[in-house]
Design a protein around this ligand. Structure first.
Ligand SMILES: Cc1ncc(COP(=O)(O)O)c(C=O)c1O
Length: 369
């Protein structure tokens, strides 16, 4: 079976972890500090605060940016549930704004309408949280301009977009803060892990304190914080992966390009796009097809793994239905949830594997046409 994802780990990661184990410092120590510095420099901002995973990175970034209970945070309904849950964890109110059906990312026109509606209701948005889904950056010029017009901050969820760029600027560097996940399947993987990045000294200082029990000095704590720390073991893997990231992303792009060339023109099959000025890092290669479940089954019979990411728009998740979101209509997100299918694109695929994915998808789609 050609798997949907596979961590790309080698001897260097094993040696880096062994060095940490031999050092005797296995919790948060000097390797975490180095990873923070190198990752922030890579994104193009001044501060990085490494944390235990991408979900707590979002929570810490929201609190660090000054989000308070009851504040409105506008995000996309077509993302992993952690994005919206982190808003709930901060005591804030997630507001879902529909996606662009072509890019699957937050639609700037829908965002304008959502921000206007919130302003008219006397509950203006505090934060806009775009998600660079599947590794494709959002239309950040339009989103920044619209957020600024309504006085909202931007926190980017770049969990799937390590190295992605918009007009030459890396994802995670556009707002007051950006967050990343280093979960096992991500373009940069440490097993579990995350990072908050920011150019703001003030936000960095608050986040650093929050993720370490509000600590200001030895056994001195001035705010209610958390233990969200990363370990040196994870950071050691992260440093090695960071050095490989550009190459691994190039490999993903090459695999995506091969798939797109082989699949161009297949009836009813919609391929991912990379609009002008966007640098896509293909965390996922996601197609859409009106009969995607049949397509997934046909791929499975041909030895190709695939996954529906995501099968349910967030406002229709049982949790959010219980919270009163169930009657919202977000048609572009709902239709994407019915039609998308992600197929293998990861950098561990051989050229033959990529060809096999393309052939199987082509045959399966033609058989369904
Ligand atoms: C868009 C998005 N946001 C947030 C997260 C949460 O990250 P983690 O799984 O590291 O907590 C993920 C990843 O799984 C994600 O894909």
């Amino acid at each position: 079976m050609i798997r949907l994802s596979q961590p790309h780990l080698g001897r260097e990661e094993i040696e880096a972890v062994s060095d940490v184990l031999r050092s005797g410092i296995i919790a948060s120590g000097p390797v975490v500090r180095r990873f923070e510095e190198e990752f922030a420099a890579y994104v193009g901002v001044r501060h990085g605060i490494a944390v235990a995973n991408g979900t707590v990175a979002l929570h810490a970034a929201l609190l660090g940016a000054g989000v308070e209970p009851g504040d409105r945070v506008v995000t996309t309904p077509f993302t992993f549930i952690a994005t919206a849950n982190a808003i709930l964890h901060a005591g804030a109110v997630p507001v879902f704004s529909d996606i662009d059906p072509v890019t699957y990312n937050m639609c700037p026109n829908a965002l304008r309408a959502t921000l206007q509606r919130l302003a008219d209701a006397g509950t203006p948005a505090k934060v806009v949280m775009p998600v660079h889904l599947f590794g494709l950056p959002c239309d950040m010029s339009a989103i920044r301009a619209t957020a600024a017009e309504f006085g909202a901050l931007i926190i980017e969820d770049a969990a799937q977009a390590h190295g992605a760029a918009y007009n030459g600027r890396r994802a995670g560097s556009f707002g007051i803060a950006g967050t990343f996940s280093f979960y096992a399947t991500k373009n940069l993987a440490t097993g579990e892990g995350g990072m908050v990045v920011t150019d703001s000294d003030e936000v960095a200082e608050r986040v650093r304190r929050l993720v370490n029990h509000g600590r200001v000095g030895r056994y001195e704590h001035d705010v209610l914080g958390y233990n969200y720390r990363m370990t040196d073991i994870a950071a050691a893997i992260g440093l090695v992966q960071l050095r490989k990231l550009e190459q691994l992303n190039l490999r993903r792009r090459m695999n995506a390009d091969r798939l797109s060339r082989a699949l161009a023109g297949v009836p009813a099959l919609t391929l991912p796009v990379e609009p002008e000025g966007h640098y896509h890092v293909y965390h996922q290669y996601t197609i859409r097809h009106p009969r995607r479940d049949a397509l997934a089954e046909a791929l499975r019979e041909r030895g190709i793994d695939s996954a529906v990411i995501y099968p349910v728009a967030l406002h229709q998740q049982p949790l959010y239905e219980k919270l009163g979101y169930g009657n919202e209509r977000l048609p572009a997100a709902e239709e994407a949830a019915r039609q998308v299918l992600s197929v293998p694109v990861h950098p561990s695929l051989s050229d033959e594997d990529v060809q096999a994915v393309a052939d199987a998808l082509r045959e399966a789609a033609l058989a369904l046409a």
